[in-house]
Ligand binder design. Structure first.
Ligand code: ZN
Length: 258
């Protein structure tokens, strides 16, 4: 006679267990996609995209192990990834804006504010750590902004690579500084040019005709012709010379409310 408890004690197929965990948000699935830095693994669950990392030499097994260690949830390759999701992922990995949702449950409230602000920086542009800090109302927290960006669980998708040092140099990146330069170059930023401006202590550029000053990579700044371009070292210098801040790239913090 068969013991009725057999059906409870024998292990369930891994796929079935994963499906159950997936349904309640305790497991993720992943796909492999191309990116400007080579193939990446992207994980997601029913709340949103949860992780993105370079596909290392040890491949999917390594990724699944690292994911489980970092997030405490199992992740399995998705045999049938939704087509719409793939389309949005590919657009975001190519640097375009996308309507993807993210699962940032392991990120602090401050970290989520930093990542949300970084996500606003358009492709082909960069902003300093201090800009993010000022924009989220934590002007003195530029260093903490750098730390939060370094822990971005979805690099490339949320473009932490578009945030540079407050002195204008390219700076660190979770995937390494050369990778940061490479992905910025793929998006149309010239890292060498930014480093040259930083070395000359140029932080902002202004138009002598419109009297507006910008971050150097702002779309408006790029339209300034050579003859009318003025190089500036600080917002104070710009204001003293009669320039006002660009409304698009907001190169100086808005005055605090009284
Ligand atoms: Zn601007």
């Amino acid at each position: 006679m068969t013991d009725v408890t057999d059906s409870f004690t024998s292990p369930a197929p891994a796929g079935l267990l994963h499906s159950v965990l997936w349904t309640v948000g305790l497991a993720d699935r992943f796909v492999r996609r191309p990116s400007p830095l080579g193939p990446v693994f992207v994980a997601y669950n029913r709340s949103g995209v949860s992780a993105c990392s370079l596909a290392g030499p040890d491949g999917a097994e390594d990724f699944a192990h690292d994911f489980a260690t970092r997030f405490g949830r199992p992740v399995l390759a998705d045999p049938e990834p939704p087509r719409l999701l793939l389309r949005h992922l590919d657009a975001a990995l190519a640097g375009a804006a996308s309507p993807l949702r993210y699962d940032l449950r392991t990120v602090s409230e401050f970290g989520r504010a930093v990542l949300a602000k970084a996500a606003e920086i358009p492709r082909g542009q960069v902003r300093p750590y201090g800009w993010i800090a000022a924009e989220i109302g934590r002007a003195r927290a530029a260093r903490a902004v750098g730390t939060a960006l370094g822990h971005n669980p979805v690099p490339l998708l949320i473009p932490c690579h578009r945030v540079v040092r407050s002195d204008g140099r390219i700076g660190d990146y979770g995937l390494g500084s050369p990778a940061k330069r490479a992905v910025l170059a793929a998006e149309g930023v010239e890292p060498d040019e930014l480093e040259r401006l930083a070395a000359r202590r140029v932080r902002f550029v202004a138009s002598a005709t419109t009297k507006i000053f910008c971050h150097p990579t702002c779309a408006a700044a790029r339209r300034i012709t050579e003859d009318h371009r003025v190089m500036l070292g600080s917002p104070a210098e710009a204001v003293a010379a009669g320039y006002r801040p660009c409304r698009q790239c907001r190169p100086m913090p808005a005055p605090a409310c009284p």
